[in-house]
Design a protein around this ligand. Structure first.
Ligand code: GTP
Ligand code: MG
Length: 193
């Protein structure tokens, strides 16, 4: 997709703040600091529309980014970040659960995992949760620039086995540094719009 326009629509914490128009949405999900915001920026050719950080816990609200006035990317807080309080974690959990289980505009979720590591228990739980709600998942295995080319297939296989990937869900090796996988990610996302 050629992105000619991208803007933040709203940072939301509750359903009444979600954009009211019926535009399709593609949400992000994944561990804190895995590279969700960086993925959005790379796809839309913006350096920092979605705020990123080397410290986990940067994204704390549901951030709706309007792309080409046609659909929203929804950036979400990551899970698995130990340093937030229990109360905060529960509030985020509730916010995410509400969004993923009730949002009718949601067409597909990009589950971002680190290609270097075996998916965590929380990654598996997130994937199972999305499948329970019958949501299509695009698995993006990011930080591809951090492993050797000869290792890629082995790592992708490990991700597929650990998540027990179902049906039409794909795993796309990707790097926000080199833009590898960007075209394939766009093709897959466009198929859900
Ligand atoms: N080498 C490399 N670094 C990456 C890549 N993607 C993201 N990073 C780095 O990983 C760190 C976290 O990236 P973010 O995009 O902020 O991660 P996030 O998943 O949005 O994190 P939260 O908002 O805290 O949940 C930053 O320092 C990024 O520069 C990648 O493909 N390759
Ligand atoms: Mg983020």
């Amino acid at each position: 997709m050629k992105v000619t326009k991208s803007d933040i629509t709203i940072s939301a914490v509750a359903p009444k703040q979600y954009p009211p128009e019926g535009l399709p949405e593609i949400a992000l999900a994944g561990r804190s600091n895995v590279g969700k915001s960086s993925f959005i920026n790379k796809l839309i050719n913006r350096k920092a529309l979605a705020r990123t950080s080397s410290k986990p816990g940067k994204t704390q609200t549901l951030n709706f980014y309007l792309i080409n006035e046609a659909f929203h990317f929804v950036d979400v807080p990551g899970y698995g970040y130990a340093k937030v309080s229990k109360t905060e974690r529960e509030a985020w959990g509730k916010m995410l659960e509400t969004y993923f289980s009730e949002r009718e505009n949601l067409r597909a979720t990009v589950l971002v995992v680190d290609i270097r590591h075996q998916p965590s228990v929380e990654d598996v739980a997130m994937y199972d949760f999305l499948k329970f709600h019958k949501l299509p998942v695009i698995i993006v295995a990011t930080k591809l620039d951090k492993i050797k080319k000869a290792q890629v297939q082995k790592h992708v296989n490990r991700i597929r086995e650990t998540l027990a990937v179902e049906g039409d869900d794909v795993i796309i090796p990707f790097s926000s540094e080199t833009a590898q996988g960007k075209e394939e990610a766009w093709r897959k996302i466009e198929s859900f719009l």
